[in-house]
Design a protein around this ligand. Structure first.
Ligand code: NAI
Ligand code: OAA
Length: 312
């Protein structure tokens, strides 16, 4: 008996998985199990040990292990899924769908077998469709299967706005709705600098340019890196969501949630504002949308659905 530390399993020890493992450990959200395929077992163990050896210097208490044995995820409080292939220059996220759907199915079976009571955060792309796949394959309640896109997309938007206004990123808030693709819908009307509407601070032309850069933000990093996609900001986004769940913070964050009538859509996982806490997705917040915003959201939904059709 006694009080036990939380356990967080990160599936995939590549760029995003390893970075996420380090960030959640640095925040002392719990002990970390980093999982990859048998071929990758040695480097996965090596990364975990290397991170653990950073802990005395940085002063965090968290055990970190690397493994290719899914039994090690037993009793996880949270499983973060980053397994799969990432895109390279010239590719869209949707090009990853067939390979990653196969990987999601096998990962879902392992989670179901070894950690049936856990929460799941999905990162693998195309993430709206992959979150839906994990939901279907595990049969978990919808509030326990959550995808990450909006925290990252909003973080990019906030970064660009802070640069434009030469203000602290801390004072910039925003909301990005819809699928995690180039049709995502940054909601300017709900975006502020220190409580002041952005529309009163930045010209329409400059705001349009920021929205466009946000939509293509993932691709911008892919072009710069040349051999993969973003991982620092995605890992930071996953860590914020993990903290909201594990500390029952009831944060208001954008997340990929299962819609059953909300915003007029059903049987679909899509990025929307939610309350994220100890029960997972505790509420989906429905914002009033203008006709233009509804049209933009609909376009984004059509993109997500066309990817999901490939899977059915
Ligand atoms: N939703 C989002 O905002 C973002 C999504 N992503 C997506 O996250 C995914 C991972 O990206 P990276 O970490 O950069 O890729 P990566 O290639 O560096 O790492 C992926 C890892 O998954 C492992 N893997 C494959 N099958 C597995 C299985 N069955 N079990 C355990 N591990 C398995 C691979 O061996 C590899 O080590 C990609 O699909 C990428 O597109 C990346 C950034 C942001
Ligand atoms: O762009 C990619 O392929 C990875 C991703 O989802 C992002 O960085 O937003």
């Amino acid at each position: 008996m006694g009080i036990k530390r939380r356990k967080i399993s990160v599936i995939g020890s590549g760029f995003t998985g390893a970075t996420t493992a380090l960030m959640v450990a640095q925040k002392e959200l719990g002990d970390v199990v980093l999982v990859d395929i048998p071929n990758m077992e040695k480097p996965t163990k090596g990364k975990a040990l290397d991170m653990l050896e950073a802990s005395p210097v940085q002063g965090f208490d968290a055990n970190i292990i690397g493994t290719s044995n899914y039994e090690d995820i037993k009793d996880s409080d949270l499983v973060i899924v980053t397994a799969g292939i990432a895109r390279r220059p010239g590719m869209s996220r949707d090009d990853l769908v067939n390979t990653n759907a196969g990987i999601m199915k096998s990962v879902a079976q392992e989670i179901l077998k070894h950690a049936p009571d856990t929460f799941i955060l999905v990162l693998s792309n195309p993430v709206d469709a992959m979150t839906y796949t994990i939901f279907k394959e595990t049969g978990f309640p919808k509030e326990r299967v959550i995808g990450q896109s909006g925290v990252l997309d909003t973080a990019r938007f906030r970064t660009f706005v802070a640069q434009e206004l030469n203000l602290s990123v801390k004072d910039i808030t925003g909301f990005v709705l819809g699928g995690h693709g180039d049709d995502m819908v940054p909601l300017i009307r709900y975006s502020y600098a220190g409580g002041i509407p952005l529309e009163t601070l930045i010209s329409k032309e400059r705001l349009d340019a920021i929205v466009e850069r946000t939509r293509k933000g993932g691709g911008e990093i892919v072009e710069l890196l040349g051999n993969g996609s973003a991982y620092y900001a995605p890992a930071a986004a996953l860590t914020e969501m993990a903290e909201a769940i594990l500390k029952d913070q009831r944060r208001v964050l954008p997340a990929i949630a299962c819609l059953e009538g909300e915003y007029g859509y059903s049987n679909l996982y899509l990025g929307v504002p939610v309350v994220l806490g100890g029960k997972g997705i505790e509420q989906i917040i429905e914002l009033e949308l203008t006709e233009d915003e509804k049209t933009a959201l609909n376009k984004s939904v059509e993109s997500v659905k066309s990817v999901m059709e490939v899977l059915s």
